[in-house]
Every structure is written in C-alpha cells, then in structure tokens.
Design a protein around this ligand. Structure first.
Ligand code: SOE
Length: 380
C-alpha cells in the first residue's frame, strides 16, 4: 500500500510546472512507497492559481502561503517561489512539521541558508533542494566514473553555463517572469541562478572548493522596473567568472553569463585527471565523453557514451536502451531519489545542508568580485 503524501506546492511558474509534473509521474516509473497527492497549489493571483489547479489537477488552491502551511491536510511544502521568499516559508513549514522541498538556489545568501538548515534539522523534517542536473543520467554516470576512480588525481575542472535571454536593454526587471533580474528578489544574477548549478555539480563530482577569485559584470546598468514603471539601477550580475582551487588540489575555471548570443542553456563541464578525462554538455544531454588513458595507445580516443542503457543511471526506469529522456525527467528522477532517501533513512542529496555549502561558495564569489581579491570559502 502506497503512503499518500499530500503536497502543498507554492508557485505556479516554470518550476511549479516542473515539480508538479514530477509529483504526477513518479509512481508511474519508480517503485517508491509514497504517492504524492496534488493537494493544494498556492500563488498570489486567484485567477492564475485556479487555472493552474485545473490544468494540473490540484484539489484546492490558496493565495496565502501561510494558510497553506497551517493546513493539517498538507504533509510537504514545496517552495517554487522567488528566492527572497524561501527563508520565511521554509522556517514556517519546518516549524509546522512539514517536509520541505525548495527550488534552487536555497536562499539569498549563506546566512539565510544556514537558518534554513537549522530549522529543518531542529524539526527533523525531510528536506531537499531541486538542483535537478545531478539527475541527468550522463551527469550521474560522471559521478559513477569518479567513484570508480577512473579519472584518478584530478588536475583540472572547467565549467561553463551560458544563456542569452537578457541581452536586450528593453527587457524590464522585476515582476512575474522577470524577478531573476531584480537583485532585491533574486539576491544575485547568474551567480545564484546559473553558476549555482555548476557549483552544485562540481562539489558533487570533485569535492569542496577551498578558495576562489571572481569577477562579475552588469552589462546593462539600468532597466525599467515592471512594478514601479521607473527606470532603476540593475543590481544583478549579468556574467560571473571565477578561478578556484579545490581541496583535492585541482584547479578550476567557471564561467557563467546570460550574454552568450546563441547559447540558450549550455551547461558544460570537463574534468582532466591523471587516468582520464570526462566532458559533458547539456546541449547534447545523453552523451558523456570519456577518455581513458588506460586504453592501448593505437586505440586511444574519446568515447562518446550514449547514456541510455539499462546499466546506466536511471534509464531502466524509463524506456528501452537507445531511447532518450529529457529535461522534465531530471525532476522526476530527483523526486524518486528524495522519496527513496526518506524511505531508507539515507537522505538524498542535496539536502538543505548540502545546498548550504553551495550557497557559501556563491557568497565567496560575490565577496571576491566586490573586493577584488582571493577569498577562502567557508566550509560550512
Ligand atoms: C533561468 O535562467 C533558468 O530557468 C534557471 O533558473 C534554471 O535553474 C535553469 O535550469 C534554466 O534556466
């Protein structure tokens, strides 16, 4: 018998859809003991929240997240709202004894993230952060390759995360779809939004970052604000680059921007080690490139592994070998791992504490860019 898990989803934007889809599908593909129930969707606009409930099959709606958190018929709160609301909602949800799932980045900064970690750990409630790219099968395979020590001592780690959707100076900041451009709401620009993904993946694959030096740039200095109608200073970083040293001695470069014309969501990393190398690019998401220095020299070369076999991470839950899964499946895979983690007592990562470490790297990046100096990362 599946245990029903009543979900209270807050936010009906991009992530509200991605998470709701995961709740709907997880039991069709994974053997987990919980069955998420789309109990309530919460958002500020009555019309939009009702339309979302109809489209996705939510049983009820709320327009005030506090009422949702107070409801006795809700087991888990999922925070899919802008970054400046995560802290308050997570603290209230944890205090109410709810499970708490939160969209990335966990918080506006490390200080907030720390309070969130303390709250969920004090309340002893299951918690999880939706850094979904860990659940791309090819990235999960990269982790397996690291665990199997096929790369050996790591010398270099390089990551880029490139988009181009904010180049127009006519794009306003703030409001429904554009809160990511408003520093008061997002906390930062590409640092919290994109490089956070690269950092989460990097810490998972290659361990902690010890120190870094960063630079950021805001190419468009002023934009009209959707809510006030006034032209206001832009406070977010449009681009962020940093050099880093990992605790394992590897040297790294990270680059992220929303000004790479033609790049829509290019999330790439390469790792070079003593025994081999790996390369991944989200524009070719089913492939992991692997170079094995152990191959006979006359056969040596980069293998392009099509990560769709039953032996590959996640794939046996889906379709037959050679077929592919997509972006939305990373959220379903993530949810399955989270539920299994609760069921086995071995919490899936990243939980709040793990995502807090990523947040501390983001703090160090922003501090370094502000102060123009190398910064040691607080290990958390
Ligand atoms: C916007 O830039 C965005 O939607 C991010 O917020 C997501 O985390 C990323 O996966 C895709 O791009």
């Amino acid at each position: 018998m599946l245990k029903l898990l009543n979900i209270g989803m807050i936010g009906y934007g991009f992530m509200g859809r991605a998470h709701s889809n995961a709740y709907r599908k997880v039991n069709n593909f994974f053997d987990v003991q919980h069955r998420p129930v789309l109990k309530a969707i919460c958002g500020r606009s009555v019309d939009k929240v009702k339309a979302f409930a109809d489209q996705w099959g939510y049983e009820s709606t709320e327009t005030d997240w506090r009422r949702l958190v107070e409801r006795k018929d809700i087991d888990a709160i999922d925070i899919g709202t802008p970054n400046n609301t995560h802290l308050e909602i997570a603290l209230a949800a944890a205090q109410a004894g709810k499970w708490v799932l939160c969209e990335k980045p966990l918080a506006m900064n490390g200080a907030e993230a720390r309070k969130m970690v303390e709250a969920v750990e004090k309340a002893k409630v299951p918690n999880f952060v939706w850094f979904n790219y860990r659940r791309v099968p090819a990235i999960a395979l990269a982790r397996q390759v690291m665990d199997e020590d096929r790369i050996g001592r790591v010398f270099h780690y390089r990551a880029t995360y490139l988009q181009d959707w904010t180049i127009s100076p006519d794009l306003p900041q703030g409001g429904a779809a554009l809160w990511r451009l408003d520093a008061a709401v997002a906390g930062s620009g590409v640092t919290g939004d994109l490089i956070s993904h690269s950092v989460d993946t990097a810490l998972w694959l290659n361990g902690p970052i010890q120190s870094l030096t960063a630079m950021t740039e805001t190419f468009i200095k002023e934009r009209k604000h959707q809510e006030t109608g006034k032209v206001q200073k832009v406070g977010i970083d449009d681009a962020c680059l940093f050099l880093a040293r990992f605790a394992n001695g590897a040297l790294a470069t990270f680059e992220s921007t929303r000004y790479a014309r033609g790049r829509k969501n290019k999330n790439m990393f390469e790792i070079n080690g003593e025994k081999g190398s790996m390369y991944f690019d989200l524009e070719d998401p089913h492939r992991l490139q692997f170079f094995d220095h152990g191959d006979p020299p006359h056969l040596a070369g980069w293998r392009s592994i099509h990560v769709t076999n039953f032996e590959h991470p996640y794939h046996k839950q889906w379709w037959v070998p050679g077929t592919t899964i997509g972006y939305e499946h990373t959220f379903i895979n993530a949810l399955a791992d989270f539920l299994k983690g609760v069921e086995t007592g071995k919490p899936a990562q990243p939980d709040f504490r793990d995502a807090y470490r990523t947040q501390l790297v983001l703090d160090a990046i922003l501090q370094s860019a502000r102060e123009l100096k190398w910064v040691n990362v607080n290990p958390g």
